[in-house]
Design a binder for this molecule. Structure first.
Ligand code: SAM
Length: 245
């Protein structure tokens, strides 16, 4: 039972109405350049969702595999690929355990494609290490990896001691537990969920522990990728890495 998978299954038909997905073409321009992609390279999209990056990369001539554990999101992704007239290998699987016999030339994990989305009783470090282990195991040595994840500084600046006392924020694990009414394109949804917040040094350590070299770290909020230092109030941060040989 995964509460995040249930959430994405419900949200899937409306995912592409979110404002933050509107800059996909510029994001894929950025990915191509930053990861030095060349035609026919095999690219892994972890937590691919409705396939917005996977489909655009396939349109540009890359061989893309998109993995996601939400059947609903994958239905949208397959429909988007069909509409675009491209072939993408979409695989329903958990990013914590996926493996392949054929390693990839590059990987992306964008917009919380699993990282930081912790289940109710789950150990957050095991969760995120599991996803990074998958990426490392699926990449060729030396291959590039682009990751965006939640910027913990932003949430920390809004937390109070009351949040700690009430259990909404655990300073020991950096996990926030929210029960909130969410404004979604499909309407309002009341959801209880756990999110792990990251600081850049901590994420760098997690990446290094899985044999990634961190090449750059910038702000990385969807829709505004510009290689600028992380703004403390922005939603996401970005890491450009390379799997060590
Ligand atoms: C916010 S969406 C991002 C989708 C896409 N990367 C994008 O930028 O639009 C997060 C996606 O990650 C998927 N996801 C979350 N945890 C996952 C896990 N453990 N394994 C596989 N997919 C996961 C969800 O199902 C959802 O489709």
């Amino acid at each position: 039972m995964s509460q995040w998978r249930d959430f994405f299954d419900r949200h899937a038909p409306h995912y592409m109405e979110n404002r933050f997905v509107k800059n996909t073409l510029a994001e894929v321009d950025f990915i191509e350049k930053e990861l030095s992609l060349t035609p026919n390279m095999r690219v892994l999209d972890v937590g691919c969702g409705a396939g917005r990056h996977s489909v655009e990369l396939a349109k540009r001539g890359y061989c893309v595999t998109g993995i996601d554990f939400s059947q609903g999101m994958l239905e949208q992704a397959r429909q988007n690929a069909l509409t675009a007239g491209v072939s993408v290998d979409f695989v329903e699987t958990d990013a914590r355990s996926y493996r392949t016999e054929q390693p990839f030339d590059a990987a992306i994990c964008l917009c919380e494609g699993g990282m930081g989305l912790i289940e109710m009783l789950e150990d957050p470090v095991e969760h995120d290490s599991g996803i990074l282990q998958t990426v490392a195991a699926c990449l060729k040595p030396g291959a590039p990896f682009l990751l965006t994840a939640l910027n913990g500084y932003r949430t920390l600046r809004s937390m109070t001691q009351e949040d700690v006392v009430s259990g909404r924020f655990d300073p020991a694990t950096m996990v926030a537990t929210h029960t909130e009414e969410m404004e979604l394109p499909e309407g309002k949804d009341i959801m209880k969920y756990r999110e792990r917040l990251f600081t850049p040094p901590e994420m760098s350590q997690l990446l290094k522990a899985q044999d990634f070299e961190v090449l750059s770290m910038w702000g990385g909020t969807a829709g505004s990728w510009n290689k600028k230092p992380l703004n403390l109030d922005e939603i996401e941060m970005m890491f450009v890495c390379r799997r060590l040989p």
